[in-house]
Design a protein around this ligand. Sequence first.
Ligand code: PRX
Length: 645
Amino acid sequence: MPYPYQIKSYDQYKADYKKSIEDPAGFWGEIAENFTWRKKWDEVLNWNFTEPKVEWFKGGKLNITENCLDRHLEKHGDMPAMIWEPNDPEEHHRIITYKKLYEKVCQFSHVLKNNGVKKGDRVCIYMGMIPELAIAVLACARVGAIHSVVFGGFSAQSIADRLYDAQAEYIVTCDGAFRGAKDIPLKSVIDDALIGNRTVKKVIVCTRTRTPVSMIKGRDLWWEDEIKKVETMGLHDFPAEEMDAEDPLFILYTSGSTGKPKGVVHTCGGYMVYTNYTFVNVFQYQPGDIHFCTADIGWITGHSYIVYGPLSAGATTLLFEGVPTFPDASRFWDIVDKFKVNILYTAPTAIRSLMGYGLGPLQGKHLNSLKVLGTVGEPINEEAWHWYSEHVGKNNCPVVDTWWQTETGGTLISNMAGITPAVPSWATLPMPGLEMVLVDEKGQEIIQEGEETISGNLCIKGPWPGILRTTYGDHERCRTNYFATYPGMYFTGDGALKDKNGFFRITGRVDDVLNVSGHRIGTAELENAINMHSGVVESAVVGYPHDIKGQGIYAFVIYQGSHGQDTHGTAEMIRKDLNQTITRIIGAIAKPDKIQFVSGLPKTRSGKIMRRILRKIAEGDLDNVGDISTLLDPTVVEEIKRGKL
Ligand code: PRX
C-alpha cells in the first residue's frame, strides 16, 4: 500500500483514534517515519498550553520541499505534479511533471538566493493563481525563507500592514491577475503598499497580464529575466536548506475578534506530517487521482490542500486561475470533465451560488470520474449538501465536510471518504490525535449524559502536529487569543453540537468574527475601517444569514449625526463612499451587504454596544431583541428597527 497510515475501515479509525489519544508521541512518531528526514528528531513531542509551547519532532532536520519534490523524482518524475487551468478556457492549460516542477522550484530558489534571500527572511507573495505562485512558495521553503502569501483581493493598506508586521524584505508578485472578467493590477497595488515602506529591498515581478507596470531600478526585477540568468548558468538543481522541524515555514495572516490581523506561524515538520496525513485520509487519495481544490493559495486551504498536502503525497494537484461562474456557471464541471478530476474540494458558498443556476450548466458534462467531494470554510446547509451529493456526485461519491482553521494547519474534524459515516451538515468525527470537548461559558467541560446531544464552545485538550506555534512577533497575543479563554485548552472560537455518536456539528463562530463566503472578517477590524471615513462618528458591524454567502455583513453607521444625507449627496452616494474607504483599507471582500444609517447605537450605561440587539435586528427578528431596559437610551432601538434594510 502506498500510504501505510491510510485508514481503511471504521474499525481501524476507532483503533487508531484510541491509540493516538493514549500515546500521541508513539502514534505521530510512527507516521513521521514515512517522510524524508536528514536527521531524525530527538523528541516527538514537548508541550504545554500555558506559555503556550508546542514542539513536534524537535531536532529533526528536513526540508519540506525534499518531501514534496525530490523524493518523488525517481519513481514518479514524469507524473503530473500540477495541472494548471487558466482563467480563459481558450488559453492552453499547462501540465507540470514532478521533474519539471522540481527544476522550476530549484531555478527560482537560485533567483531568490541571487537576490539575497536567506534562511529566516520573510518573503511576501502577492500573485494570482498561476503555477509560479506555487513555485514561489516552494522556492521560499527550499531556501528556508518564511513565506507570507497575501490573497490577491487585499488592498495596498492591508499589504503594507502585513509587510510591516513581518518586517518583510522581499516581495514576489505579478504584473496583474485574471479573475473572471476582471484584470487585477497586482504590481500597482504593491507599488502603493510600498509608499513609506522601509524594509523591502527587492520586488520580483512575474508576467501574466502584461498590464503596464512601473519598474523601479535597483528594486524591481522581472521574474523571467532572473530565471534567464540562472538558465544561462545551466543551473537545474538547488541544494535545499536544512531546516529544523520547528523552524518557521510560513506566516499567514488571519482576522480575529480584536485589532489587526494576526500572523499565524506554522513550522516545517509538524505541518508537513499533519497536512499529508489528513490529505491522504480525509480524501482517501489513491496514486494517480487528480485532486482539484478550488481555493486560492492565498488562504490556508490552498497552502495545505493545493500545495503541501498533495505534493508531499506525490499527488496530482489541479490549480485553477479563474472563478466558478466565468465564462459561465459550468466552469467547474467543464474542468472536472476535461481533466477527469477524481476529488473535488470546494466551499459551500460556491455550491450555493452554482445551485442558483439550476441543473442546466451540469447537462452533458461527464462527471463520472469523481470519487470524492469535499467542502470547507463554513457550515454547509443540508440543501446544498444534498444538491452537491446528488447532482455533482450522482449519489456515488462520499461528501467530506472538513472543519478546520488557519491556526490548525489541516483538517481537525471530518468524515473520511467512504470510511467513516457522513451526515449532511455534520463535520462528524475528530481526526486521530484530537481530543475535542465542549465547554460552557465558565469553561466547565460539558459532560454528555446518556444519548443527549450537547452544545457548547469547541475546545481542544492537547496539541496535534499542525497547530500554530505562535503569532508572528507577538507570542502573548497567541496566548491570549487561543489559550487564555479556557486555561489549559485551545479555544477554536466556534460553537458546536455533539451527538450520541460523538459526531460534531459546527454551528459557527461564537466570537466577533464573521464568516462571509468562507472568508474570515473581524468585526472590530471592519468597524475601524468604517470609522476612518471622515463623516463617520461610530459604527457597529454584525453578521446575518445570507442565502449564498452564508453570512452577510450588516453595518450600522452613525454619520455626522444625520441619517446619511448631507451636503455630499444622498445616502446611496455616501454608502458608495464608505465602500470605497473599506476597499482601500481592507479590500473589496470586506464590503458590507447593508449599511443602515442610525442616529445612535444601543449601548449599556458603561458604553458597551449591545451587539445581541443589533444581530436580532439584522436577522429580521424584530420582536425578539430581548431586554433593552439596561440601555442608556432604549429609544434608539425603535428607531433602528424602523430603519431596517
Ligand atoms: O468557523 C469555522 C469556519 O471557518 C473558520 C476558520 O476560517 P479560516 O481560518 O479562514 O479557515 C477556513 C478554511 C479552513 C472556523 O473557525 N469553518 C471552516 N470549515 C468549516 C467551518 N465551519 C463549519 N464547517 C466547516 N466545515
